[in-house]
Design a protein around this ligand. Structure first.
Ligand SMILES: Cc1cc2nc3c(=O)[nH]c(=O)nc-3n(C[C@H](O)[C@H](O)[C@H](O)COP(=O)(O)OP(=O)(O)OC[C@H]3O[C@@H](n4cnc5c(N)ncnc54)[C@H](O)[C@@H]3O)c2cc1C
Length: 374
């Protein structure tokens, strides 16, 4: 077990609203929280391990339309592969395009899974059956999948078929001293991270999108080998349409995010939108907000939502309960606005402003926009 410790500065602003805002902007500027170039450069995707396609394989299930989570997983897989002398196979539909070289992101081989001719991507059941056949033969060291509805379904079907242990919703991955996969998973409400290993030969994990670092692509990696797998349809299921209730990539990539709790009246969302666009922020929400249907479920951040790591997180209308704030643990700087001087929020912010969000934003947002521009 590892204890999660997040050190926040917990600086409460005092004085009139203008004085609080003045001081907050000065601190944010001083700390570089407003400058686009201030984030440290992420690590580069590991070089190809010497093994090529010899040695243990790490398979990454690539979900169509989720480029960022595929890149996060491939980067982590390449890192693990370099530690165990293995190689990385990216498996998924639509991986056969000439422009889709995933090598810079960590793949050594791309295995395109094709459904019956003329049909769209194979459904999860068929894809899982094809990937399981591949895995039964290749005996990969590990299979990693995104912790999305798609990834959970494909991975759990594969785990059942292979008799493999599967850790769901991991927040980190590593290899232990014995060369086994360790998946890190929040425990006891998120204060601790449990290290979970599988006893099966094939080790599996789904990983939450947005929690692994997105490594920089490595252009020195040789192009990925190409191969394909047939996924004949069992014709038990026909997908007539798919939609997502939101663009989750926008939130994952945003460097500034405003977190909205139920203390913000949805009637004021138009006003909020004006502030959001002035500083180029993305919006996320607490579970109360998504439960009310005020924002799409894909915007929920927290223990049962997503995790994000923006450079600057501004929380408004939220009490700062642990189940929400655990999802912004990796944010650079956290600013909180709440009229309640005793809100739990103050324990998890770097800068706290006591007041009504609309009044604070009227003063704060133009100053942040100015500081961003300058
Ligand atoms: C198993 C489980 C899983 C959960 N998972 C999640 C999760 O993933 N994500 C999540 O968010 N929650 C999750 N929750 C719920 C979580 O515990 C909290 O109940 C929730 O985050 C609180 O939402 P809130 O801060 O919007 O609402 P509240 O706790 O009601 O807080 C509203 C706040 O708004 C403030 N406020 C009121 N008016 C204003 C104003 N004008 N300006 C500024 N502030 C104002 C109030 O002072 C108050 O502090 C989970 C709960 C359980 C039991």
């Amino acid at each position: 077990m590892q204890v999660i410790e997040v050190q926040r500065r917990r600086q409460m602003m005092t004085g009139t609203l203008d004085e609080q805002v003045e001081r907050a902007v000065a601190i944010l500027t001083e700390q570089g929280a407003l400058a686009a170039g201030s984030a440290p450069e992420p690590p580069r995707v590991a070089d190809r391990s010497g093994a090529g396609s010899v040695g243990p394989a790490i398979a990454v299930l690539v979900e169509p339309g989720r480029e960022q989570s595929a890149r996060e997983l491939l980067g982590a897989a390449a890192e693990l592969a370099s530690g165990i002398g293995g190689w990385v196979a990216a498996i998924g539909p639509s991986l056969d395009g000439a422009d889709d070289d995933l090598a810079p992101w960590g793949a050594d081989e791309q295995i395109a899974v094709a459904g019956r001719e003329g049909s769209p991507a194979p459904v999860e059941e068929d894809l899982a059956a094809a990937a399981s056949r591949w895995a039964a033969e290749a005996r990969p060291w590990a299979v990693l999948a995104p912790g999305t509805a798609w990834g959970r379904e494909v991975a759990s079907r594969m785990a059942a078929s292979l008799g493999a242990g599967l850790t769901g919703d991991a927040v980190g991955l590593k290899a232990d001293g014995a060369g086994r996969l360790i998946a890190l998973k929040p425990a006891f409400g998120g204060w601790l991270v449990a290290e979970i290993g599988c006893s099966s030969p094939v080790q599996m994990a789904t990983v939450r999108p947005g929690v692994l670092p997105l490594r920089r692509p490595n252009p020195d990696r040789p192009p990925a080998r190409r191969s394909s797998l047939d996924a004949p349809s069992r014709s038990r299921l026909e997908v007539v349409g798919r939609y997502r209730d939101d663009d989750s990539g926008e939130l994952a990539n945003a460097s500034v995010v405003i977190g909205v709790g139920q203390g913000v009246d949805p009637a004021d969302y138009t006003e909020l939108e004006k502030h959001r666009s002035a500083i180029g922020a993305a919006l996320c929400a607490t579970r109360k907000v998504t439960d009310h249907g005020w924002m799409p479920r894909a915007r929920q951040v927290g223990i049962t939502g997503r995790s994000i790591s923006p450079r600057l997180y501004v929380a408004i209308g939220t009490s700062g309960k642990f189940n929400h704030t655990v999802g912004v643990r990796n944010a650079g700087t956290v600013v909180g606005v709440n009229p309640d001087p005793d809100a739990p929020l103050w324990d998890v912010v770097d800068i706290g402003l006591v007041g009504d969000w609309a009044e604070v934003f009227d003063a704060l947002i133009p100053r942040l926009a100015e500081a961003q521009a300058g």
